[in-house]
Ligand binder design. Structure first.
Ligand SMILES: [Mg+2]
Length: 254
């Protein structure tokens, strides 16, 4: 029985600037049902406040207490472990980390930096990592889809640093089991009572299944034919879009 929902945002509710048909109504049905939900996103090209205002301009209204982002999780991790990271993130995101001590770095934090992924910045990160700095990443997504098409995400850049240094990063957003579990706990649920709905077969669906959640893969956003074949077993559920996914949840919640 489903007692809580984690929703991915990009590719599930919108693609670029376009809302997926029926997505707002589907969210309203969940709100009316009283089932708790959270939005869990690895989007790291903008701070949480801008995610909310951007969604609002598209007609998708969400509250900050329902939004769990990889940068928020990263900030908590950095504070808990008292790290001084070299921060290679998108310029739009830098002020989220403005309170962090970055002098003599003992860690490297990498997000989807877009154009800030230049040789000089990557090489600074590389030199710190090979000297033993702790390797942190906001996600390891391969690609995402915006209005221009598929776009390289953080994953390929992480892999370049991993290849050069033989260090594996700690992933602080999806598909980290800790990240999913923290979102689940915030709803007073247990992992096996919660379903993750996403368009990324690795980060959303296989990640959630590995953490002991249920998961629904939607055929929107970055979904590509054949992604179903990358699901490990019959546990994953596939639906055409968030509207059908919400129908499934409402039929399977008590
Ligand atoms: Mg997505």
């Amino acid at each position: 029985m489903i007692r809580g929902i984690l929703f991915d945002l990009s590719g599930v509710f919108y693609i670029g600037q376009h809302v997926i048909p029926g997505a707002v109504e589907a969210l309203n049905r969940i709100r009316a049902s009283g089932i708790p939900y959270r939005f869990v996103t690895n989007v790291s090209r903008m701070p949480a406040s801008r995610i909310i205002s951007t969604l609002y301009s598209m007609g998708i209204e969400i509250d900050s207490e329902h939004l769990v982002t990889a940068p928020i999780a990263a900030l908590a991790y950095i504070n808990k472990h008292q790290l001084r990271p070299y921060i290679l993130v998108h310029p739009e995101l830098e002020y989220e980390f403005s309170g962090v001590n970055v002098s003599s770095p003992n860690a490297v934090l990498v997000g989807d930096a877009e154009d800030a992924f230049n040789y000089q910045r990557l090489n600074e990160a590389f030199r710190l990592l090979i000297d033993g700095a702790e390797f942190l990443a906001l996600g390891d997504n391969r690609y995402f889809k915006d209005q221009s098409g598929l776009c390289l995400d953080i994953g390929p850049f992480i892999k370049a640093l991993e290849f050069a240094t033989d260090q594996k990063p700690t992933i602080l957003g999806k598909p980290s089991a800790d990240f999913f579990s923290a979102a689940v706990r915030s709803m007073d649920c247990t992992n096996n009572e919660v379903v993750m709905i996403g368009d990324d077969v690795d980060t959303d669906v296989n990640g959630a299944l590995s953490a002991g959640l249920l998961a629904i893969l939607v055929r929107t956003g970055k979904f590509r034919a054949g992604d179903e074949m990358r699901l490990p077993n019959s546990k994953a559920i596939i639906r055409n879009d968030v509207v059908e996914a919400v129908n499934w949840v409402l039929q399977n919640s008590g």
